[in-house]
Ligand binder design. Structure first.
Ligand SMILES: Nc1ncnc2c1ncn2[C@@H]1O[C@H](COP(=O)(O)OP(=O)(O)OP(=O)(O)O)[C@@H](O)[C@H]1O
Ligand SMILES: [Mg+2]
Length: 443
């Protein structure tokens, strides 16, 4: 820093760039702030500039994790790093004596190890809250923490696949149906997820888990911003074998209105075919049958066909279907009559004074809203079903009496009818929707 006349100063940055400023605007920094520290509380000055400088110089050295007290700050490296090996998992696990006392580099494995240690030694429930802006790396961090727990607390089941493996398998499925390409993240989670991992009362091992999802971004099903995509499942459906695609009358994604308005059908770094294969494998591991898998993708195809139904104005208050073939395709996939389905968009049934049922025509805008509402509701119910199917597989089967309070709820889930055939469920979906969208109840 060099001073000139009238309080003007010249500042030279690390890279040699010269900045002009004034003496009053320059804040002196404690010398310790210039060296990288693994925990920001070690900085002589704890202010925004010192924090950002420290994070930046660590990031340059590929040290993406830094503590601030017991909280871990993670900077997305946007590249594969060799810091997630089984050896490192074992190393962090062997140091879980006390909170963040390992002396190892800050790492999300250390947070997971500390939480695990508190569960098994103190018997206390633990929460890991992972937050940040879109693309920050929350989903990746969650998977890394689950992977850590899965490795150190594998249930070692005598036969079959352990619950921890099923927990890991749930990710590709939830991501296929709940993630999408956005302008900020090619694999953005468009729903909130709360995942529980459960440990036995007299064992340090995983005995089950449960996923609670909330706030699925259903508006994405019927429209996306430029450069964005619908949920990945809408593109994976085109990876079905040719005979299945023929049965569902789906040839290419660009034929469908819910997919072709944003100019983005493919996404960099998203391999729809490989991910579709992962989804099939994961469903299989979770005990979902091939028929149920086919039904799930049939519902996705039905949503696509709903989106292709065009409506036109007959008058200000009345509308009609333009392309009955799209209605028939959607109706066939949903197992209902085409004319019944068309009527739900063009007319609504109203009960007058609790007695007579009157048919009230809907305008073009109302009819389009009813069509989109049906697609959103169908997909939302499919997502509910998928979450329930995963929970059925990962839920513990240890009796609640032998477990701490948390598992009492689990027992209810085990006996839930989540895996009833999807065709029954599909009917339930339709009748629910026709009530909620205000359309005809005749479905
Ligand atoms: N630890 C990491 N190592 C390597 N790459 C990472 C890491 N964390 C994140 N990434 C990269 O950044 C991308 C975005 O991360 P992620 O999907 O986890 O973000 P997010 O916080 O869940 O975003 P959103 O809120 O949109 O769901 C990942 O697809 C991956 O390519
Ligand atoms: Mg995410």
């Amino acid at each position: 820093m060099t001073s000139g006349g009238s309080g003007a100063v010249e500042l030279q940055a690390e890279d040699g760039t010269i900045y002009d400023s004034t003496a009053g605007a320059v804040v002196h920094m404690h010398p310790s702030c210039l060296e990288p520290v693994p925990n920001l509380v070690m900085l002589g000055d704890l202010n925004e500039a010192a924090i950002l400088h420290n994070l930046r110089i660590r990031y340059r050295e590929d040290q993406i994790y830094t503590y601030i007290g017991p909280i871990l700050v993670s900077c997305n490296p946007y590249k594969r790093m060799s810091i997630y090996t089984s050896e490192l998992i074992a190393q962090y696990n062997s140091h879980r004596g006390g909170a963040f006392s390992s002396g190892l580099e800050p790492h999300c494995y250390e947070v997971a190890a500390t939480a695990y240690n508190n569960v098994v030694t103190e018997g206390q429930n633990q929460s890991m809250v992972i937050s940040g802006e879109s693309g920050a790396g929350k989903t990746e961090a969650t998977k890394l923490c689950v992977r850590f727990l899965a490795e150190v607390a594998a249930s070692k089941e005598a036969s079959g696949v352990g619950k921890e493996q099923l927990l890991l398998e749930s990710s590709p499925i939830m991501e296929a149906f709940g993630n999408a390409k956005t302008v900020r993240n090619n694999n953005s989670s468009r729903f909130g997820k709360y995942m529980e991992v459960m440990f036995g009362p007299d064992t340090d091992l995983i005995i089950g888990g449960r996923i609670t999802k909330y706030l699925l971004e259903k508006s994405r099903i019927v429209g996306q911003n430029r450069g964005e995509r619908n949920f990945h499942a809408f593109y994976q459906v085109f990876c079905l074998p040719g005979a299945d695609r023929k049965r569902l009358s789906i040839l290419k994604a660009s034929d469908f209105y819910y997919l072709n308005t944003t100019g983005t059908i493919t996404a960099d770094g998203v391999d729809d075919l490989a991910e579709f294969q992962d989804v099939c494998h994961a469903f299989d591991a979770l005990g979902v049958t091939k028929t149920e898998l086919d039904d799930a993708f049939q519902l996705v195809a039905a949503c696509l066909w709903l989106g292709n139904i065009q409506l036109a104005s007959v008058s200000d208050t009345e509308s009609r279907v333009v392309n009955q073939d799209a209605v028939d395709q959607a109706a066939e996939l949903l197992g209902v009559q085409g004319d019944q389905l068309a009527a739900t968009f063009t007319d609504r049934l109203m009960i007058m004074r609790g007695q007579a049922t009157v048919k009230v025509p809907m305008s073009k805008a109302e009819a389009e809203d009813a069509r989109d509402a049906l697609a959103k509701h169908l997909y939302g119910r499919l997502f509910d079903w998928i979450t329930a199917a995963i929970n059925c597989a990962i839920v513990t089967d240890v009796r609640p009496a032998a477990l701490p309070f948390r598992t009492a709820q689990l027992h209810c889930r085990t006996s839930s009818p989540a895996l009833t055939p999807l065709c029954h469920r599909r009917r339930a979906i339709l009748s629910d929707c026709s009530t909620s969208s205000g359309s005809s109840a005749s479905l």
